[in-house]
Design a protein around this ligand. Structure first.
Ligand code: C5P
Length: 241
């Protein structure tokens, strides 16, 4: 990359782009597709969460796949193992590459979810996907410190390939389980509005600490010009490698 202006015009390299997930936290599929398309030079992964899935259902997954994105289905599954297995199987067959489930649901539930998700994808002729565990919600300020490493161990034992963690936990989690994919939300430019994120981290710092996938939402999606906001937030990454 010759300079920041060129970087901003081109977007990210394919490798970095595959490490960026745009959180499409909107309740309208037309708006979600419009947002995703304009941000595609920067993001290779579209995160479909509860809001968009409640509004548009499986069509949201299909629309993102049709537009060339990998899909991170953030449904945070938590139910009895049989139900999670079946729901995860549907998500795998839909073509989601990543699916979240709550580690709080326990090892049997996560194992059922991993198996269902994998079977659903394989039976549909797709590659084996990655189940991602949520250890503790950022809104749960009362959770004791030991819970994150305990739930990480449980998730890894149950076969989850990834874990969602705050930037500040990256180092510990990398030491505890180096091969587990680390997914980091709360990404912000230095000094920017963190909204309700308690532990914001910059994209460069998260990558330097070992993040594998950055989940980025409001810092980009609430901007008047989301593509320009993405360029400002991510434009330096290739150059800084
Ligand atoms: O804050 P931002 O809009 O970038 O959030 C991106 C994602 O981070 C959300 O879709 C949600 O899954 C997650 N999040 C979180 N903790 C919060 C707020 C959002 O982990 N306090």
């Amino acid at each position: 990359m010759a300079n920041k202006v060129e970087a901003a015009a081109e977007g990210l390299s394919p490798e970095l782009r595959s490490q960026m997930a745009i959180a499409l936290d909107v309740d309208d599929l037309v708006e979600a597709v419009r947002l995703a398309r304009q941000l595609s030079p920067w993001f290779g992964v579209a995160k479909v969460g509860l809001e968009l899935y409640s509004a548009a259902g499986p069509d949201a997954v299909g629309a993102m796949l049709d537009n060339g994105f990998d899909v991170f289905l953030d449904l945070k599954l938590h139910d009895i193992p049989t139900t999670v297995r079946k729901a995860a199987g549907v998500c795998g067959a839909l073509g989601a590459k990543y699916l979240t489930m709550h580690a709080h649901g326990g090892a049997d539930m996560m194992r059922a979810g991993v198996e269902g998700f994998t079977e659903g994808a394989i039976n549909a002729g797709l590659e084996a996907p990655t189940a991602v565990a949520i250890t503790v919600l950022t809104s749960d300020a009362d959770a004791p410190d030991h819970i994150v490493p305990n739930r990480l161990r449980l998730a890894v034992e149950a076969g989850c390939g990834g874990i969602v963690c705050a930037g500040m936990n990256l180092k510990d989690l990398r030491e505890l389980s180096p091969r587990t994919m680390r997914v980091v939300p709360g990404i912000r430019a230095e000094g920017a509005d963190s909204h309700d994120q308690p532990h914001p981290v910059t994209p460069a710092a998260a990558l330097a600490e070992g993040a594998d996938l950055l989940v980025i939402g409001r810092a980009v999606t609430l901007a008047d010009d989301p593509a320009a906001a993405a360029a400002a937030l991510l434009g330096d990454l290739d150059a800084s490698e």
